[in-house]
Design a protein around this ligand. Structure first.
Ligand code: PMP
Ligand code: GLN
Length: 381
């Protein structure tokens, strides 16, 4: 028998697979993993068919097709006022996940410290550990999940190589304000810290609030890789296609890994997405689309014993179940699936071992019939 010395000995299977399988076994309503249960726009599907017929079936350029990068450059400039050069500062990636992994691989060396705000989306920390980096966690305390700026200042050391932020935030649904970004800019000023900004829910903000991309803040933008996902924006999470933007010097290093990690990304999808992006309403209307779903869900669970702090962005809603039980969130989430056929995500999996709050995450990116069925169960508990 060959002997395996695991590089990640303490890591199990991602919560999305674990809960997804359990939900299937129990035939549960699935509000756990974040994906829409409805189809994307048929126009986008037709564009993909057309791109296949037009024979865009061979490798795309390593950085992505230039026309799509040009479109992204215009989009980013018009939304955030920052111009990224399409030839040197934009790359199409295999989902935001690849952009995040590649960034960490390109910049984090053994013993480098990486500041992570917990709860943190689950793909950050394994990648940091894989490359020998040290995770320096900072807790975001519920129910406000605000950043502890003093804690952040104290966490910075000469070994800090990178910090990872995520707004709108998965799993809490909070968003960073302009003043949060200015605080961060001030704290990172004169440091050598690279900022990895996960903005996959950039188009999903509610109640008239704007998304504040790091791209809008010159000193932050000069040190940042900003990640986006077409999966979230166009209801096509299964396509695993996204992009990142960064200043040329950072992007050059990013390419050194990207070119041997995936080389390039699905060609036909890039052709179709470029065409589809020519109509900005396809992404500009996403916030109000999901706000209706959030409000529908919140309205349907009103009067239940679950308490919501309304989500400000993403398609996730945290519900506090402290009035029902003091069970740990993992135990309660599993019981909800087994006994009530409703699947959610326990947020302790994004928080590390000391976490002890009573929240579950529900994805409301679903059709009303599914939200109704979920609400009916929540009302009963
Ligand atoms: N970051 C966050 C915060 C996410 O929720 C997701 C979810 N899928 C990703 C990154 C990964 O995006 P993609 O599916 O485009 O790889
Ligand atoms: N981003 C999705 C979520 O948070 C899941 C993606 C995945 O399954 N890895 O639910």
């Amino acid at each position: 028998m060959i002997k395996i010395n695991s590089k990640l000995p303490n890591l199990g299977t991602t919560i999305f697979t674990v809960i997804g399988q359990l939900a299937k076994e129990h035939n549960a309503i699935n509000l756990s993993q974040g994906f829409p249960n409805f189809s994307p726009d048929s126009k986008l599907l037709r564009l993909v068919n057309q791109a296949h017929q037009d024979d865009f079936n061979q490798y795309a350029p390593m950085q992505g097709i230039l026309s799509l990068r040009e479109t992204i450059s215009e989009k980013t400039e018009s939304l955030y006022g920052k111009s990224y050069h399409p030839e040197t500062e934009i790359t199409i990636t295999a989902g935001a996940t690849e952009a995040i992994f590649t960034s960490i691989a390109a910049f984090v060396r053994p013993k480098d410290e990486v500041i992570v705000l917990r709860p943190a989306y689950d793909c950050y920390e394994p990648a940091i550990e894989l490359f020998g980096g040290m995770v320096v966690p900072i807790a975001l305390e519920g129910p406000s999940f605000k950043v502890d700026w003093n804690g952040l200042k104290k966490a910075i050391s000469p070994k800090t190589r990178m910090m990872i932020i995520n707004t709108p935030h998965n799993p809490t649904g909070t968003i960073w304000s302009e003043s949060d970004m200015l605080q961060l800019q001030e704290i990172l000023k004169d440091t050598n810290i690279i900022l990895l900004s996960d903005e996959v829910y950039e188009h999903i903000t509610f109640d008239g609030e704007q998304h504040h991309s790091v791209s809008k803040f010159p000193d932050l933008a000069s040190r940042s890789i900003v990640c986006s996902s077409f999966g979230k924006t166009f209801h096509v999470t299964g396509w695993k296609i996204g992009y990142c933007v960064a200043p040329k010097a950072l992007m050059q290093e990013f390419h050194k890994v990207h070119q041997y990690n995936v080389f390039s990304v699905n060609h036909a999808l890039q052709i179709a997405l470029n065409e589809y992006l020519q109509s900005p309403e396809h992404y500009l209307e996403l916030g109000s689309f999901y706000q209706k779903k959030r409000d529908y869900f919140l309205n349907a669970i009103q009067g239940s014993r679950f308490e919501a702090v309304p989500s400000a962005g993403t398609y996730f809603q945290l519900l506090d179940y402290g009035k029902i039980t003091d069970e740990k969130d993992m135990d309660f989430a599993i019981r909800l699936i087994r006994e009530h056929q409703l699947a959610s995500i326990p947020i302790s999996v994004f928080c590390g071992p000391d976490y002890n709050q009573r929240f579950l995450r529900f994805c409301f990116g679903k059709t009303e019939d599914v939200l109704d069925q979920a609400a009916e169960i929540l009302q009963r508990i």
